[in-house]
Design a protein around this ligand. Sequence first.
Ligand code: ATP
Length: 441
Amino acid sequence: MAFDEELMKKLVSLCKRLGFVFQSGEIYGGLQSAWDYGPLGVELKKNIENSWWNFMVRTRSNVFGVDTAIITHPEVWRSSGHVENFHDPMVDCRSCKGRFRADQVEGRKCPECGGELTEPRDFSLMFKTFMGPVEEDAAVVYLRPETCQSIFTNFRNIANALRPELPFGIAQIGKAFRNEITARNFIFRSREFEQMEMEFFCRPEEAGRWMEYWTAERLAWYSSLGIRKESLRLRPHSREELAHYAAACVDIEYAFPFCAGGFGELEGIADRTDYDLGAHMKGSGQDLAYVDQAANQKVIPYVVETSGGVGRTFLAVLLDSYYEDVIEDRERVVLRLSPELAPVKVAVLPLSRKLEGDALGVADILRPHWPVSFDVTGSIGKRYRRMDEIGTPYCVTFDFDSLNDKAVTIRERDSLGQIRVPVERLVDVMTGIFAKGWGNA
Ligand code: ATP
């Protein structure tokens, strides 16, 4: 399907209608750029996060997980350079009062009304709050604008606790907050969002090699979610574009329909050198060097970072899996989500209300193994379509013959293929299908 604005509108509406994503505080007019995940959305989000965690942490012997505080010591952000540098240049329109990020506006005219723009001013992206009962400068703390800094501040704790050898990684998934000047495009740019970050500590001379390794790994992970190759691309940063702390950076981009140039950032992979550990050593006065016992040597490791967003991955997965096709002269919308990501894995559908009790027994057999939906309302065709629209890969139909032959029909979402299976073998057969795929089980 061509990437277009229309697709985005359809998807935002599908997300609300079916319970993936809602505008936060909608009954009060909505809090701009804050989003709530509904029953299907939270499942899809958790499936993405679990997939990342398995791929990055659980299946590797040298990457360790953490889960650190959101409210962070203010000195962390002073040392990291965020208090001084984490700004975006903001311009205002003198006519319509619109507000924009200067680097996202071409020329000196307002993109909405053509009016004159002010000179750019720096606007801090950090959310500030106060710790304790008194709102005074000494009580200022920040909501973290990225999850990685507390990985650096815990580097010594983890090195001491686990005694890992270089290279090793520390990973976390968690909330980050940025007071973006213009938050738009649904969950692509919000003010509260989730990051999936991994900092890989290595010997300085090996950073280039690990950049290549992690770039290939991360691209492979996006493909493993079912995102098509042609929807993804790598974009290395030019020298001028590099952040002050980075020696090299490459973005993994997705073909977001609303992005200028047709692609937008999903994830950044950066060689952050020893900048962060160095900055925290300076700021805290503590020694954060890694002690190489074998060589009897101290080294400040270089860091290769992989930093992606859960929301952007969620959106890319939905955009990439959205299809409209025609079956038996009727249009259907289908989310071709990979079975791993689908919020509902199996739907049990009795052909008639009269079969509800018996079919419920089949749902009970499946429920300990997979998230199951049970639906008796409307024609069977309508119910299949409802399941197609939320990406359910398999429907199990219980019909009148099922009462006698004790068998049910499994229908696959994309090929519409069907097989008849004895109820007593259903869990085994479904297990095989989930493990090997529909065609191979
Ligand atoms: P952009 O250039 O789009 O503002 P960035 O380069 O500032 O992004 P990073 O600081 O590299 O982003 O953050 C790493 C990842 O976190 C991004 O690739 C993206 O997936 C996610 N992310 C960053 N800002 C937001 C946001 N405001 N809303 C949702 N996700 C975000």
